[in-house]
Write a protein that binds this ligand. Structure first.
Ligand SMILES: Cc1ncc(COP(=O)(O)O)c(C=O)c1O
Length: 361
């Protein structure tokens, strides 16, 4: 299949010449590889890289990462854990402090079935500790646990004081303590501001580590997302875990230009109707994630006026009924979730349909 690289008012990306059904999730593999190379260099190498797979939920991306030397992965759901294990990764972390006994049981079953992979779970409360302990008492030896820390995000994580120390000690006594996990997704702004916040987080982690050391306990740290992973010092964060680098997003080129990430995920849509100064696309909220404000769901020179399940109305001049437009979603992660397959423009220039988890949990 040939490729046309001249979309109208949209960011550049590959469009198959062949007519395929739309809406379609389209990936530029060469851009994913360039994003990966830039991320590995910013992270200081593949051995320190623990990317989040929720961004793509794609076995082929996980295998590509392994080919590039990445062996540790972060996940948010059990389908992602199972997918990473089935790709033969050395280590998979469920970076979600579930307290659901059924979820923990499924995690333990997956660990049992994949003895060559290290499985890492996470807690941020006594309640979570008790749920996990019940499963782990006689559970598989290849499960270790991290204490999730709250660096001020206010989403999950134990307070970075006595509460965290108590959980770490309990895991250590159970022979399962791997270390800390800290996700600082609330940190945005200019690089200097982000650096200052990370410096404060580093000091808080160092205080915790000192207290653990006094008790003869040691653990490592997985920290950071896209906005902070290249600011965490290596001696404090042994692993860094950005996720949205894979396909990048409509904000990265503006807010993180130093990383030079490129958009790599698009939704190909067709203009199905045209009115006075508006067009209607066949990509609605079931093709492009509706978790951003309406006008920012994808980048366009026009104005998004309405998005319903299967339609999107844009005020714009130019495109006519039958035209195909390549849309760059603002939030590629949640858009990937809406598609169980992608049209991939491969690094060698061919087109392949590849499967991904879509919305399987
Ligand atoms: C726990 C956790 N780790 C890592 C990431 C990846 O971070 P980012 O999207 O900033 O690249 C996320 C994303 O939300 C997350 O929730």
């Amino acid at each position: 299949m040939a490729t046309n690289r001249t979309p109208q008012h949209h960011p550049t990306g590959p469009i198959p010449d062949e007519i395929i059904e739309t809406p379609a999730f389209v990936i530029d593999e060469a851009a994913v590889i360039r994003n990966l190379e830039r991320s590995l260099s910013a992270a200081g190498g593949a051995a320190r890289f623990m990317p989040h797979v929720k961004t793509h939920r794609a076995p082929w991306v996980t295998r590509l990462l392994r080919e590039m030397g990445v062996e540790t992965f972060k996940t948010a759901t059990l389908a992602e854990v199972e997918m990473v294990a089935s790709c033969g990764a050395r280590s998979v972390t469920l970076a979600y402090p579930t307290v659901n006994p059924a979820t923990v049981a499924r995690f333990a079953q997956c660990a049992q079935a994949n003895p060559a992979t290290d499985f890492v779970g996470m807690i941020d409360s006594r309640f979570g500790l008790d749920v996990w302990q019940a499963q782990l008492k006689d559970g598989p030896a290849n499960i270790r646990m991290r204490v999730d820390l709250d660096p001020g995000f206010g989403r999950t994580g134990a307070l970075m004081g006595q509460a965290a120390i108590d959980l770490a000690r309990a895991l250590y006594e159970a022979g399962r303590f791997a270390g800390w996990h800290l996700y600082d997704g609330h940190v945005h702004g200019e690089r200097a501001e982000r650096r200052a916040t990370v410096d404060e987080e580093v000091r808080a982690v160092e205080r915790l580590n000192q207290r653990l050391a006094d008790e003869g306990i040691a653990g490592d740290l997985v920290a950071g997302g896209s906005y902070t992973f290249d600011l965490w010092p290596r001696d404090v964060a042994q692993y860094v875990s950005p996720g949205s680098w894979t396909y990048s997003s409509a904000q990265h080129d503006i807010e993180l230009p130093e990383l030079k990430w490129e958009p790599a995920a698009f939704v190909l849509s067709t203009v199905i109707s045209a009115h006075d100064g508006t067009i209607t696309l066949d990509a609605g909220a079931k093709a492009i994630a509706p978790d951003k404000p309406l006008k920012k769901r994808f980048r366009t020179d026009g104005e998004i006026l309405l998005m319903s399940e299967e339609h999107c109305v844009v005020r714009t001049e130019g495109p006519a009924v039958g035209d195909r437009l390549l849309l760059m979603p603002q939030h590629a992660c949640t858009t990937a979730y809406l598609h169980d397959r992608a049209w991939v423009h491969t690094a060698s220039g061919t087109w392949e349909m590849r499967e991904q988890l879509g919305n399987t949990r």
